[in-house]
Design a protein around this ligand. Structure first.
Ligand code: ZN
Length: 412
C-alpha cells in the first residue's frame, strides 16, 4: 500500500473511491485522458468496456460509444475514433505494424482532413478520400514533400504490394510514391505518371523510379528517372520515353552571350527527346586558353582538323571515352555558329558564345552522325539554326535511328 501515492487533490474531492482499485483506475492514464476529453458527457460517450489489457500485456485500452483510448507506457494515452479507428482496426489494432497511437486524432494543417500518427506509421483521412495508412520509406517521402499540402494531396490507398511482387506503393490524389528494396521511395505524378502507367508501371521496360520528378535544365520540361531510362515531358514534346543517353561535358573559354547554357541544353534535350535520347550534362570547366578564344576551324570539315582544333579538343579532363565535349569560344575562324569537326577519338564540337538556342543540339547532331538537310523545320538544316522555323525543330525517324546507333549514345 505504501507504494501508492495519494493525490491530496483527489481525496479532497467528493469522489466515490472505495478502494485502492478505484483509486488506481481513477489515476489510470486512460481515465485521465477520458476526463480531459469530457468523460461520459464528452464526444466519446460512455464506456462500453472496462480498461482492458492489450494482448501484449503491456498496453491497455478502453472502448467508448464513439471511439477508443489506447495507452502504452512508451506512447502515453491517445484517442482514436471514426474512420481512422476503423482503418486501424482493419489492420489489426496495436498488433499491426502501426503499433500504438502517438497522437490523438488531429486536424491536418490544410484544415481539410484528419490524422493519427502511430509508432509505425500514420493514418490520414479526408472527406473526399477516406482513411488510409502510410508508413516506412513511403511515409518518409510523403513527409519530406509536405504531407497533404504537397502536390500529392491525400492518400487513396494503403501501402500495397506491386504486381511484380517486389516493391510497394501508395496512390495519392495527384500521384504515387513507389518503393523497392533496390531503389528506395520516389514520387511520380502528372503526365509522366500517366505515361509510365500506360506502358505498365514497374513491370514496364523502365522498372522503378529512381528520382522524383525533376526540372529539366531550368525550363518548362520535367523528367523522372527510372531504373532503365527516363520519362521526359514538355508542353510541346509531350511525354517521351528516353532509353539512351549522351553524356556532355562543357568547357568554357568564353561564356555564352545570347542564350544561357541552361537554355541551350533545354533546347537540345527537347529535340533529342524525339530520338529517345537523354542529354546528361556531366561537368563544366572553365578553360583559360586565350590563344584559342577565336579558334581556327579551317574548312570545318569532318575528318580534317587544324592544329588549333587538335589543341582545343585535347582538353578532356573528366571526360570518358564515349563522352562528348562542347567548347564555348568567342568565335571561329572563319566565322560560324559552331563546328562539329573533331579529331578522331575526341568527339565534341565548338559553339560560339553568340550561338543560337539550337546550335548545341545541331552540332552534336553532326557528332552523332547526322548531315545537313535543306529544311528549316529540321534541326539539321544547313541554312543556319538562327533561321529555324516552327520550333522545336524536327528530327526524322531515320535521323533518330542514326543518333541512337552512334557509339556515343549509351543504353540506360
Ligand atoms: Zn551543321
Amino acid at each position: 500500500m505504501s507504494k501508492f501515492k495519494i493525490d491530496p487533490q483527489i481525496v479532497s474531492r467528493d469522489l466515490n473511491i472505495a478502494s485502492i482499485e478505484d483509486l488506481l483506475l481513477y489515476q489510470h492514464p486512460i481515465t485521465a485522458k477520458y476526463r480531459a476529453l469530457g468523460g461520459a458527457g464528452g464526444w466519446l460517450g460512455v464506456a462500453i468496456t472496462s480498461i482492458t489489457k492489450c494482448p501484449d500485456n503491456i498496453g491497455s485500452y478502453q472502448h467508448y460509444v464513439n471511439g477508443s483510448i489506447y495507452y502504452h507506457p512508451s506512447t502515453g494515452a491517445h484517442e482514436v475514433h471514426g474512420l481512422i479507428r476503423a482503418r486501424w482496426q482493419s489492420l489489426g489494432w496495436e498488433r499491426s505494424f502501426l503499433g500504438y497511437p502517438l497522437t490523438d486524432e488531429t486536424a491536418t494543417p490544410d484544415g481539410v482532413g484528419r490524422y493519427n500518427h502511430f509508432q509505425g506509421g500514420s493514418i490520414y483521412w479526408s472527406p473526399a478520400t477516406g482513411a488510409w495508412e502510410v508508413h516506412g520509406a513511403i511515409r518518409g517521402k510523403y513527409s519530406n514533400l509536405g504531407w497533404e499540402r504537397s502536390f500529392l494531396g491525400y492518400l487513396l490507398t494503403n501501402e500495397t504490394t506491386t504486381p511484380d511482387g517486389v516493391g510497394r506503393y501508395n496512390h495519392f490524389q495527384h500521384g504515387s510514391i513507389y518503393w523497392s528494396p533496390g531503389t528506395g521511395a520516389f514520387e511520380v505524378h502528372g503526365l509522366i505518371r500517366s505515361h509510365w502507367a500506360s506502358i505498365g508501371w514497374e513491370r514496364s521496360v523502365l522498372g522503378y523510379p529512381i528520382s522524383d520528378e525533376l526540372v529539366v535544365f531550368g525550363g518548362d520540361a520535367r523528367i523522372s528517372h527510372f531504373q532503365r531510362g527516363s520519362i521526359y515531358w514538355s508542353p510541346t514534346a509531350g511525354a517521351r520515353v528516353l532509353r539512351e543517353r549522351v553524356r556532355v561535358h562543357v568547357k568554357i573559354l568564353e561564356n555564352p552571350t545570347s542564350f544561357t547554357l541552361n537554355q541551350q541544353f533545354a533546347a537540345m534535350q527537347e529535340v533529342y527527346a524525339m530520338a529517345g535520347l537523354r542529354v546528361d550534362w556531366a561537368t563544366t570547366e572553365n578553360l583559360s586558353i586565350p590563344s584559342l578564344n577565336d579558334v581556327d576551324v579551317g574548312g570545318c570539315t569532318m575528318g580534317s582538323v587544324t592544329a588549333e582544333q587538335i589543341t582545343l579538343f585535347g582538353q578532356r579532363n573528366f571526360v570518358g571515352a564515349n563522352d562528348v565535349v562542347v567548347y564555348y569560344v568567342r568565335s571561329t575562324v572563319p566565322g560560324y555558329n559552331g563546328c562539329a569537326a573533331h579529331p578522331a577519338g575526341r568527339p565534341g564540337c565548338v559553339v560560339v558564345r553568340s550561338a543560337s538556342r539550337w546550335t548545341l543540339g545541331h552540332e552534336f547532331g553532326h557528332v552523332l552522325g547526322l548531315s545537313h538537310v535543306n529544311d528549316n523545320n529540321r534541326l539539321m538544316t544547313g541554312n543556319g539554326t538562327f533561321n529555324i522555323t516552327n520550333p522545336p525543330p524536327d528530327l526524322t525517324s531515320t535521323e533518330s535511328s542514326t543518333m541512337r546507333a552512334s557509339a556515343l549514345s549509351t543504353v540506360l
